[in-house]
Design a binder for this molecule. Structure first.
Ligand code: NAP
Length: 277
């Protein structure tokens, strides 16, 4: 795919946060950008972003939005699977239905959108799929077990997809943002069991408070959008791009060099979990 031409791009979840920043940045770079929200009549993040209604939890909704886009633009060069949210709970308080809810949006959602656009990408002889993953795919985050599982699943599937798509000229890329200031913090959902939990209440509350402070003190969403833009423009994109702070990079370095149990201690102390019950 040529790096400097105007592309037709679909970004899921552009109403707020990282998706809004990605759509705005790519639009201003001269691309034709379609963006999605679950809400009918949602405002575009920038005037010329073409809004589609899409709930990534529904195959019919995904199929309809992608068909509308293809009817209008005639092609799709880049899909950016960005829509997502996080569940807060200990693993014990994440009931199977909670896990399914998390997977439905963060894992099956991108799968549904990939499956809707891949026939067009194969027919046109190429394309690019960019999955907004998370550092939480690389480090299991306490009291975010469902979220870490959903992003790890997304990455495993994407590695396989990348190999499968090579003969068709479709590149698959994963972006791993660290803590980023967005609506993600406000949209985080506690499970019903976690709300009523006695065994984990103090540690869960504390760990999530640490995360929420880090998110809200984190870089603006446009930092991730700049990384996505690099992945859109690269003639030969990497499989993974990071978007991490110095502290997060240090954690990844330590993960690579320390024995696993010692690295667990680093994570434990970051969330000040060891002293709490
Ligand atoms: N913020 C962080 O610290 C951080 C770190 C690493 C990775 N990420 C990842 O970055 C991505 C964007 O998150 P964000 O931080 O920008 O969060 P955000 O500000 O809460 O935005 C989430 C977006 O996803 C959309 N969305 C949620 N559920 C959806 C569904 N079922 N179908 C379609 N759209 C849906 C929302 O759109 P509507 O409500 O309008 O439908 C919204 O535009 C997510 O995949 C998240 O996991 C975030």
């Amino acid at each position: 795919m040529a790096s400097n031409t105007s592309k037709v791009i679909l970004v899921t979840g552009v109403s707020v946060g990282i998706g809004a920043a990605i759509a705005t940045r790519l639009l201003h770079a001269g691309h034709t950008v379609f963006g999605t929200s679950r809400k009918e009549g949602a405002q575009p993040p920038a005037a010329d972003v073409r809004m589609l209604v899409m709930d990534v939890r529904s195959g019919a909704s995904v199929a309809q939005a992608v068909a509308e886009m293809l009817n209008s633009a005639g092609r799709i060069d880049v899909l950016i699977n960005n829509a997502g949210f996080g569940i807060a709970a200990s693993v014990e308080d994440t009931l199977p239905d909670d896990m399914l809810r998390q997977m439905d949006t963060n894992f099956l959602g991108p799968l549904r959108v990939c499956q809707a656009v891949l026939p067009a990408m194969r027919a046109q002889g190429g394309g690019r799929i960019i999955q907004v993953s998370s550092l939480a795919a690389r480090i299991g985050i306490p009291f975010q077990g469902a979220y870490s599982a959903s992003k790890s699943a997304l990455e495993g599937m994407s590695e396989a997809l990348s190999l499968e798509m090579k003969p068709f000229g479709v590149d698959v890329v994963m972006i791993q943002p660290g803590d980023t200031k967005s609506n993600f913090t406000a949209s985080r959902e506690w499970t019903e069991s976690a709300k009523a939990s006695v065994a984990y209440a103090a540690r869960a509350r504390h760990a999530i408070e640490v995360m929420e402070k880090a998110e809200q003190a984190g870089p603006p969403a446009d930092k991730v959008a700049r990384v996505v833009e690099r992945a859109v423009n690269a003639a030969k994109p990497k499989l993974r791009y990071g978007s991490a702070s110095a502290m997060e990079l240090l954690a990844l370095f330590l993960q690579g060099v320390l024995p696993d149990r010692m690295f667990e201690g680093v994570i434990n102390s970051n969330y000040a979990l060891s002293k709490r019950k």
